[in-house]
Design a protein around this ligand. Structure first.
Ligand SMILES: C[S@@+](CC[C@H](N)C(=O)[O-])C[C@H]1O[C@@H](n2cnc3c(N)ncnc32)[C@H](O)[C@@H]1O
Length: 255
C-alpha cells in the first residue's frame, strides 16, 4: 500500500485517543496548536474536530507535498481553523512558531525523524513512493549495524526536543510512539529498539503520571466487544501510557 493512502478508521481511532487525552489533561484554552510531522495522515485533525477547533494550527514537516496534502485535508475536517504550514526540519522550525502556545501534538514521529536524519535526502525524495517501505526497511537494518551513527542520531533527535521544551512555553504536550504494525510483519527489530531508546530519553524530559494516563486511555473507541480489545492488542500498544508522552503545565503545577 502506498504511503499516501491512509486507513480512515485508524486515523479516526488514534484521533479519538488524542481527543480523550486533550479533554482530560488540557485545562487551558485551545487557540494555538503545533503539530510535528503529520505525514500523509490526519489523526490530529480528527482529534481537534472533536473540539470544533477554530484556532491556529502550525504544522511542521520537511516534505512540501505532505504540507499541501495536510492543508487540503485538514481544512475539510476543520473548516474554521487557520492552518499554517512550516516546511522545515523540526530543529530549524523554532523561530517560525510562537514562543508560547497551548498544545504540542505529534503522532508516531520519532522513528521517522531518526531514519530521515540517517537517510538524508533519500528519505524525503522517496516518501510517498510505492517502494518506500522497502527502502526504509533496508535503511533501518543498516543503521542498526552502525553503533556510533545510531547513538549520534538518537542524541541529536533527543537534543532538539530538549531545546524545544526548554525554550518554548507549552501548556500541554501529547506525543505517541506505539509499535508499528507494518514493521511487525517484517520481523526485524532495529526500528523498534532504536526508536524506543530515543523516545524513552525524550520522555525523561517531562513529568508524567503514567497511572493517570493509563486510566484515561482505558476506553473503547471501537466498542468493548471489538476483537482487538479481546486480544488486548490495542490496550497493550496504542492505549498504554508507556507509548505516550503527556505533560501538562496545569498538572505539573498541581503535584
Ligand atoms: C510517516 S509521518 C509520521 C506518522 C504520522 N504522523 C502518522 O500519524 O501516521 C513522518 C513525517 O515526518 C516528516 N519528518 C521526518 N523527519 C522530520 C524532521 N526532522 N522534521 C520535520 N518533519 C520530519 C516526514 O517528512 C514525514 O512526513
Amino acid at each position: 500500500m502506498s504511503e499516501k493512502i491512509a486507513d480512515d478508521e485508524w486515523e479516526w481511532y488514534i484521533g479519538q485517543l488524542f481527543a480523550k487525552l486533550i479533554e482530560k489533561v488540557h485545562k487551558g484554552k485551545l487557540k494555538n496548536v503545533v503539530e510535528l510531522a503529520p505525514g500523509f495522515r490526519y489523526k490530529v485533525a480528527f482529534a481537534l474536530k472533536e473540539f470544533n477547533f477554530n484556532g491556529n494550527i502550525y504544522v511542521i514537516d520537511t516534505n512540501l507535498e505532505v504540507l499541501e496534502y495536510v492543508k487540503e485535508k485538514y481544512l475539510k475536517l476543520l473548516p474554521e481553523a487557520n492552518i499554517i504550514c512550516i516546511n522545515s526540519t523540526f530543529r530549524n522550525s523554532f523561530e517560525m512558531i510562537p514562543q508560547e502556545f497551548d498544545l504540542f501534538l505529534s503522532n508516531h514521529s520519532i522513528d521517522d525523524m531518526i531514519i530521515a536524519e540517517y537517510m538524508e535526502k533519500v528519505y524525503t525524495n522517496n516518501l510517498g513512493n510505492d517502494d518506500f517501505k522497502d527502502i526504509l526497511s533496508k535503511a533501518w537494518v543498516e543503521l542498526g549495524k552502525d553503533k556510533e551513527m545510531k547513538e549520534t542520531i538518537i542524541n541529536n533527535v533527543y537534543l532538539s526536543f530538549k531545546k524545544f521544551f526548554e525554550e518554548k512555553k507549552i501548556e500541554t504536550i501529547i506525543m505517541s510512539q506505539y509499535k508499528s504494525n507494518l514493521y511487525f510483519k517484517d520481523k526485524f527489530t532495529e526500528m523498534d529498539e532504536i526508536t524506543e531508546n530515543c523516545f524513552n530519553k525524550i520522555k525523561q524530559l517531562i513529568q508524567m503520571d503514567n497511572e493517570n494516563i493509563n486510566k484515561i486511555l482505558k476506553f473503547y473507541p471501537f466498542g468493548e466487544d471489538d476483537e482487538r480489545y479481546n486480544g488486548r492488542y490495542l490496550l497493550d500498544n496504542t492505549q498504554n501510557a508507556k507509548n505516550w508522552i503527556v505533560s501538562c503545565q496545569h498538572y505539573v503545577n498541581m503535584v
